[in-house]
Design a protein around this ligand. Structure first.
Ligand code: GTP
Ligand code: MG
Length: 267
């Protein structure tokens, strides 16, 4: 159940955003859109939406206070209201940072593969700063400095991103198998998950079909809903979070999320 948060109204839900990550070999020429999706949700001002986020870094940026030698980002928290119900979301993005000297992922601790590591529910990182934008690295003092509360977070549910646009250097099979393993690992934890399709503004028909087929696999027992989003066009982003919050809270009421075309029309 969602926890009643202490200092503000609303139920607290801690969300982890996951999806295909790694070097260009794994993800192709572009990322699947995890950072843009997080950006759109927590920075509601249109001017605060950036499309260029960190992935290939120097060693000094990797060990700076924002990345803090982790492969996840803390995006901060935000309060939002749906039908008179207040929710407060804490947000993290699980990714894989690549060393700009050798183009391999940075090695930290026992190096578990992403598909296993990204479903962690107990996250700890002392003094880790909230990520604001790419330019913040190295000049952290010039930006708002907010810390992960008590240096730890306990994840309640997952938003797993599935890119439905065509990306050079990435096959559907590759994304399907990678995401299927993540989804299996989340279900083993008995945590709720929504499959969030990203970049629907550039959707390719096959991508949409592949995502639908993926959640229909027998192993998922029809338990994974799909929400079709575009971070660039700000379509269905909040809706994905609200649906997950209701699943975490085991609410009977469930937000009805329109498909992309309909959501774009009524936006
Ligand atoms: P890594 O963390 O490096 O694995 O990448 P990511 O999954 O965080 O992807 P990111 O959000 O950095 O986006 C990667 C690319 O996809 C960028 O060039 C974005 O401009 C593009 N992108 C992200 N969201 C959208 C979207 O809603 N529509 C379109 N058309 N492109 C998008
Ligand atoms: Mg990212």
């Amino acid at each position: 159940m969602a926890k009643k948060s202490e200092n503000t109204g609303g139920k607290l839900v801690t969300v982890s955003v996951v999806g295909l990550s790694g070097t260009e070999k794994e993800k192709g020429q572009l990322g699947v859109g995890k950072s843009c999706f997080c950006n759109r949700f927590v920075r509601t001002h249109a001017d605060d939406y950036n499309v260029d986020h960190i992935s290939v870094l120097s060693q000094s940026d990797f060990s700076g206070r924002v990345v803090n030698n982790d492969h996840f980002l803390y995006w901060g928290n935000i309060q939002k209201e749906l039908d008179d119900q207040e929710w407060r979301f804490e947000l993290v993005e699980q990714t894989e940072f690549v060393d700009d000297a050798c183009f391999q992922p940075f090695k930290v601790g026992k190096t578990e593969p992403y598909v296993k590591r990204c479903v962690a529910t107990k996250l700890q990182s002392a003094e880790k700063l909230m990520y604001v934008c790419k330019n913040q690295l190295g000049i952290e003092k010039e930006y708002e400095q907010r810390l992960i509360p008590d240096g730890k977070l306990s994840v309640d549910g997952f938003l797993c991103i599935y890119d439905v646009s065509m990306v050079p250097g990435r096959t559907w099979e590759k994304q399907n198998e990678f995401v299927a393993i993540i989804l299996q690992n989340i279900l083993k934890l008995k945590k709720p998950v929504v499959l969030v399709t990203s970049k629907n503004d550039e959707a390719c028909e096959q991508g949409v079909r592949e995502a639908e087929r993926l959640v229909q696999r027998k192993e998922f027992k029809g338990s994974i809903p799909i929400v079709e989003t575009s971070s660039h066009d700000n379509v269905n982003v909040d809706q994905a979070f609200f649906l997950l919050a209701q699943m975490v809270d085991k609410s009977k009421a469930r937000i009805k999320v329109a498909n992309y075309a309909e959501a774009l029309r009524v936006r």
